[in-house]
Write a protein that binds this ligand. Structure first.
Ligand code: AMP
Length: 277
């Protein structure tokens, strides 16, 4: 496995390999089995698999966890090595944003940035698209692997790639979960033990909502009520919605394929999750 730290090292590495397909998994590190599942999917489909580890400052709000976001670099590299990744790129901030102007350049805006998570995290998705655009320009992959765990991010990036006609295939991968159902997340390590005990309730409550739909309920209000009733009382819901899977707009009548999507706090930790109806 090649460990590349600068843009120059990345460019030299890419110039020296020949491949028909390059699968790319962008991450912020603190890798877990969710990330590894994306890597394995890439290895299945592509000749070369690359991972980037970069905690992107421009997607964090002023009161968010940028400085305390976990950065266990040695563990991350070990996991990549075990998963037989071909290269890991760990760019510095100066590699990604070489000038102050480059940090202010946002290649894309969309109404999708302002709904769901975006309504509570202004600037977040503009920062995500900004960094992924720069990573794609540098790595030039044929395939981009993204987790459906971050469903809104997945839809936004898919739309961005389509609108700019970038020559990369965007693939969404299913959410990997702990045995009790909690979606794997780098932020789960912030949970205190009593919070961890109830954390899976977010997923389980969404399942209750889906079961209500499967029993014939198509009124989103009733479906939401079922979810709220089944959610552990320690959760404070930020949003809970039933949306169209492509437009992310709320629906008035539930249909198969719609997405139940939520963000909720357990103490100071914000968890997100989503499932398909
Ligand atoms: P992050 O490091 O949190 O930016 O995530 C990097 C990529 O891994 C994103 O495409 C995420 O959607 C994906 N990811 C994070 N958690 C999971 C999970 N539990 N299952 C599948 N993919 C995930």
């Amino acid at each position: 496995m090649q460990i590349l730290r600068t843009r120059l090292e990345l460019d030299q590495y890419l110039a020296g390999i020949s491949h028909r397909s390059l699968g790319f998994v962008p991450t912020m590190g603190a890798l877990h089995l969710g990330h590894i599942s994306l890597i394995l999917e890439s290895k299945k489909r592509c000749q070369v698999t690359g991972v980037s580890i970069f905690v992107n400052p421009t997607q964090f709000g002023a009161n968010e966890d940028f400085s305390k976001y976990p950065r266990p670099e040695a563990d991350d590299l070990k996991r990549c090595e075990q998963a037989q990744v071909d290269f890991v790129w760990l760019p510095s901030e100066a590699d990604i944003y070489p000038t102050p102007e480059s940090k202010k350049y946002f290649p894309h805006q969309s109404p999708l940035f302002d709904v769901l998570c975006g309504a509570f995290r202004p600037g977040h998705f503009a920062g995500v698209v900004q960094v992924v655009n720069l990573l794609l320009e540098a790595v030039v992959p044929s395939h981009l692997f993204l987790g459906e765990k971050d469903y809104q991010q997945f839809v936004i990036l898919k739309n961005f790639v389509a609108e700019k006609a970038l020559p990369v295939l965007v693939l969404g991968c299913p959410t990997l979960r702990e045995p009790d159902g909690l979606a794997l997340s780098s932020r789960n390590q912030y949970l205190q033990p009593p919070q961890r005990e109830v954390a899976a309730s977010l997923y389980l409550a969404l399942i209750c909502g889906r079961n209500k739909f499967k029993r014939g309920e198509t009124n989103p209000v009733e479906i939401m009520e079922e979810i709220t009733e089944n959610l552990d009382s320690q959760f404070i819901v930020q949003y809970l919605k039933l949306v169209d899977a492509e437009t992310l707009q709320e629906v008035n009548i539930a249909h198969p394929g719609n997405r139940l999507i939520a963000a909720a706090f357990l103490g100071g930790t914000r968890l997100i999750d989503n499932i398909s109806l």
